[in-house]
Write a protein that binds this ligand. Structure first.
Ligand code: CP
Length: 316
């Protein structure tokens, strides 16, 4: 197991682009310690709020679970009943909940880069964790993916990892490809070639799935994001045809390396990216990813609390 060289302290955790490979490994180490039962002590009652402007099951509940496990008080927020429906901006909404006493917030938004103006606003002092922005970044998902791979193999360097599916709309692919490369993995891409845009080509080559399955240590499938593709594309979409051409079938799973694992950030379109029968198969780490997400989000929240001197550390 690698060693954390310093206690993690980040004002905000909004993009994998802000984190070095060492930072990511330190977050994984910290998350592993939480998984093994580590507890923290808070200096005073601390309040968290989760603002989800896009639907979520995993990330929303996982942040809330992480906050509760850390001993934070979770304040309710319902976007449809907030004053944003009367035109209040996100920045003013944050300043409002900050004035009320909220210390940290996790935000999911449809808008790419929504967080940039917030972290630069001199009047916003709360910690902001990006819980996903449009097709931009999803740092907590990326770190839970890294944790799951690290737990499985004991290293990330040298692994062959394929991301297959709806690349162009995937904040997971964008968040993962750079950090995987920095951590020394060999990254490959698959799925419909029209979704393999030039920003991906910097990190790895596209290959047909039949050339990937026999060589990869990790086959990571990405959801076809029907809500982000055109009506014409949705009208012409066939689950069976997609699975046969780009997805994991039972026949392809049989050809995977003995140690190879299947990942997917979920929600999964069963029978599209992955055959229904394989979602819970022995190689699948899909529910392990979700389980690990709680501990990664504890590490993210802890780092923002430490940056605000809200944690009793060993030297206190
Ligand atoms: N993986 C993920 O972000 O899932 P949710 O949209 O359910 O949060």
């Amino acid at each position: 197991m690698m060693q954390v060289t310093r206690p993690l302290s980040f004002e905000n955790v909004v993009s994998m682009e802000d984190l070095s490979a060492d930072d990511v490994m330190s977050f994984i180490q910290e998350a592993c310690e939480f998984k093994q039962g580590k507890h923290i002590q808070l200096k005073r009652p601390v309040y968290a709020l989760n603002m989800f402007f896009e639907n979520s099951t995993r990330t929303h509940n996982s942040f809330e679970m992480a906050e509760r496990k850390l001993g934070l008080q979770v304040v309710n927020f319902d976007p449809s009943h907030s004053s944003m429906s009367k035109g209040e901006t996100l920045a003013d909404t944050l300043k409002t909940v900050q004035a009320i006493g909220v210390d940290v917030v996790a935000i999911r938004s449809k808008i790419n880069d929504y967080y940039k103006e917030l972290v630069e606003d001199p009047n916003i002092h709360m910690g902001i964790a990006n819980a996903g922005d449009g097709s931009g970044q999803h740092p907590s998902q990326s770190m839970l993916d890294m944790m799951t791979i690290y737990e499985e193999f004991g290293h990330i360097e040298g692994l062959n990892i394929a991301m297959v599916g709806d690349l162009s709309h995937s904040r997971v692919a964008r968040s993962d490809m750079e950090v995987l490369t920095e951590l020394g993995a060999h990254v490959y891409f698959g799925g419909p070639k029209k979704w393999f845009t030039k920003d991906f080509a910097k990190y790895g080559q596209w290959m047909p799935i039949d050339d990937l399955v026999d060589h990869m240590d990790v086959m990571m499938f990405l959801r076809v994001q029907h809500e982000r593709i055109s009506d014409d594309e949705n009208d012409g979409f066939s689950a069976e045809a997609y699975n046969a051409k780009y997805g994991l079938t039972e026949e392809r799973e049989q050809r995977m390396l003995p140690q190879a694992i299947i990942m997917h950030p979920a929600p999964v379109n069963r029978g599209v990216e992955i055959a229904d029968s394989l979602v819970e198969c022995d190689r699948s780490r899909i529910f392990t990813q979700m389980h690990n997400g709680v501990f990664v989000r504890m590490a993210i929240m802890e780092s923002m609390l430490r940056a605000r001197n809200l944690i009793v550390d060993d030297e206190d």
